[in-house]
Design a binder for this molecule. Structure first.
Ligand SMILES: Nc1nc2c(c(=O)[nH]1)N[C@H]1C(S)=C(S)[C@@H](COP(=O)(O)O)O[C@H]1N2
Ligand SMILES: [Mo]
Length: 360
């Protein structure tokens, strides 16, 4: 499969790209061609003949599989899960204050697929989880260069998450073998967590007492408050990102659209984090004073985005549409970008706003 020609390429090396919002909103299951791509390093060439997955660390018995052996050893499981980059919507934060050296993602660093593979928990049970295994660390085959060092991309999740029948070691995406771009031959899919934990080109699973010591666990993907700058950051102390925050985005009309009719269909997506689901999604036409509930198009479920739509008639004084969502635990989104701004530009879930103009 090749990528859709309309994809917005943020960077060629490493390759980073995302679809325009109207393309993203066309299909609940994102086709591979339109699925966003987030790479921190090289795209490795993996030779299936030599490919091995190892499972080591605090286990009763270390394991080692070829892809065929893995497929034969465990039943095939499928799950519909949305990957959502922690850097989604960073471009809005960049307008509040500069965020140097990070990708300027719009609101489409997110996509949804049906993944086929084996449950991580079934693999871990076969290896035998020792009591001091508190975290499951993943390592990929790509090479990343940071601060003069070259290393593989990696990260970890807590053992409790890993033991749920939801974390997948995926060899298929939308019924086809994974493409190289998305982690061939095997990747992790961690529903409800930031995309960075869904490690592509997976080669090593290590059970350990502490989180991964990989740069992308200990430095990148940490959340700082708005008043902390890069120079003053205490990396040790800041929390590692794992569960996503509740978020909602208007995909159509586009920001700054010029509309020729008053009757419009507003369309978008919403997503909750962890094991929460979307409870409701609301639109405001009066800068957040009053809200109307929009129609959700699928049955809400954790780990998967929700499409929504709302038909409305614009009033003469409507200048902005705002959306916000609520999750099943009563969490909602902060009002302003300033409240969520952080110098790495992660987890922007402020109310999403679209400015509109009328052509008459
Ligand atoms: N090995 C490896 N895995 C990786 C990454 C990477 O750079 N290398 N990027 C991560 C990030 S930050 C995200 S958001 C998702 C994106 O998955 P995709 O490229 O399939 O959309 O992959 C994650 N897994
Ligand atoms: Mo990401």
């Amino acid at each position: 499969m090749t990528k859709h020609p309309d994809l917005i390429i943020l960077e060629q090396k490493p390759f980073n790209a995302a679809p325009p919002l109207n393309l993203l909103r066309q299909a609940f299951i994102t086709p591979e061609s339109g699925f966003f791509v987030r790479n921190h390093g090289s795209i490795p060439e993996v030779d299936l003949v030599n490919y091995r997955l190892s499972v080591t660390g605090n286990v009763q018995q270390s394991l080692n599989f070829s892809l065929d052996e893995l497929r034969a050893a465990f039943p095939k499981r499928t799950i519909t899960a949305t990957l959502h980059c922690a850097g989604n919507r960073r471009d809005e934060l960049m307008k509040v204050a500069p965020i140097p050296d990070e990708e300027a993602w719009g609101a489409s660093a997110i996509s949804n697929a049906v993944w086929g593979g084996v449950w991580l928990t079934e693999v871990l049970h076969k290896a035998g989880v020792e009591p001091d295994a508190q975290h499951v660390a993943f390592s990929g085959l790509d090479d990343v260069e940071k601060e003069g060092r070259k290393f593989h991309f990696g990260g970890s999740i807590p053992i409790a998450k890993a033991l749920n029948s939801e974390v997948l070691l995926a060899y298929e995406m939308n019924g086809e073998p994974l493409t190289l771009m998305h982690g061939f031959p095997l990747r992790v899919v961690v529903p409800g967590y930031i995309g960075a934990r869904s490690v592509k080109w997976l080669s090593k699973i290590t059970l350990q007492s502490a989180p991964s010591d990989n740069y992308f666990q200990t430095q990148a993907y940490k959340l700082f408050p708005p008043d902390v700058q890069a120079e003053t950051a205490d990396w040790e102390q800041a929390p590692m990102l794992e569960e996503l925050f509740v978020n909602a985005v208007i995909c159509q009309p586009a920001d700054k659209a010029i509309l020729s009719t008053n009757l419009i269909l507003v369309e978008g997506y919403a997503i909750a984090g962890g094991n929460r689901h979307i409870e409701r999604v609301e639109l405001s036409l009066d800068l957040g004073t009053t809200w109307v509930q929009v129609q959700l198009l699928e049955k809400p479920q954790p780990g998967t985005w929700q499409f929504w739509q709302h038909q409305l008639e614009l009033q003469s004084d409507t200048t902005e549409l705002i959306v916000r969502a609520w999750d099943s635990q009563g969490n909602t989104q902060p009002q302003n970008l300033e409240q969520v701004w952080n110098f790495k530009g992660y987890m922007n879930n402020a109310w999403h706003r679209v400015r509109i103009n009328k052509s008459q």
